[in-house]
Design a protein around this ligand. Sequence first.
Ligand code: NAP
Length: 320
Amino acid sequence: MKAIRVHEFGGPQVMKLETVPDLKPASGEVMVRIHAAGVNPVETYIRAGTYARKPALPFTPGMDGGGVVAAVGDAVVNVKPGDRVYVAGSLSGTYAEQSLCTQAQVYRLPEAASFAQGAAVGVPYATAYRAMFQITRAAPGETLLVHGASGGVGTAAVQLGRAAGLIVIGSAGTEKGRALVAEQGAHFVLDHTRPDYLEELLKITAGRGVDLILEMLANQNLGKDLTVLAPKGRVVVIGSRGPVEINPRDAMSRDAAILGMTLFNVTEADMRSIHAALAAGLENGSLRPVIGKQFPLAGAPLAHEEVMKPGAGGKIVLEV
Ligand code: NAP
């Protein structure tokens, strides 16, 4: 089978399309024929060797995918060959024609969702759900700022927030991104490149600020976030690309909380609960993953360059 392989950490060009042996599932494992693989920013950090978790070389990147179960090992009870599934985590990587997964990493994909949409569920939707409902408990009627709403996690957060009865404010840096955020159901949309956009946010909330912020770029925004939180407000740091200075008094005066999260810390039980909620949303149509750009498998290096550029428009996916 064909797979992207990384033999040394480095720039996008270290990803090469190679022919490798077919995969065979062991007990408790599932082999999925991948039709589409999701591209996440974290895979660029892992490929570069700058992330806290470094896989043994050589490896195939990717943890998200959509496809069809090709074979199952003993003791697999949740799926069978021929089932349409999405993959949320993988033992062997998803930038490949075949991927080995534990059965806990494979979930049924409703007929209404395409394989590309399946590839957009794992990391982005699980992250948005975890941040909003497990790390903190967003309640209907609360006001949510999705700070960076045009990308994979952001579009998921807007849809989840809308479905849960929150008042959703989303930000994006381009005209196209803002139109997309509005289409996903945001009640208000802001331009995070404008110097006065947080003043606009305060106007929208009649000066009170927001109850909850999901933050995609904390190194730029955390200090500002604390100034637009309502009393007892919470910021959940999802993405950060460096250090940041804050004024702790902005948190103190509001009894505010700054929370962090990484999907790698989620227990198997919490993950089951997350995907049960996501499956319900995919089935009832409240969750509709948005595909931005698609590349062929051999275009993985281009996709990695693209995912780090500003001007997000949904999820970047590799067609396999
Ligand atoms: P993505 O699809 O590339 O989207 C990036 C988002 O960040 C876009 O909405 C982009 O908006 C926005 N952004 C750019 N400049 C911004 C600014 N100044 N203020 C606010 N937002 C800004 O990436 P993603 O998959 O959604 O992931 C978002 C971040 O979360 C990444 O850093 C990723 O590594 C991280 N993440 C963390 C976890 C975790 O477990 N903690 C899981 C998934 C992702 P425009 O392009 O419209 O400007």
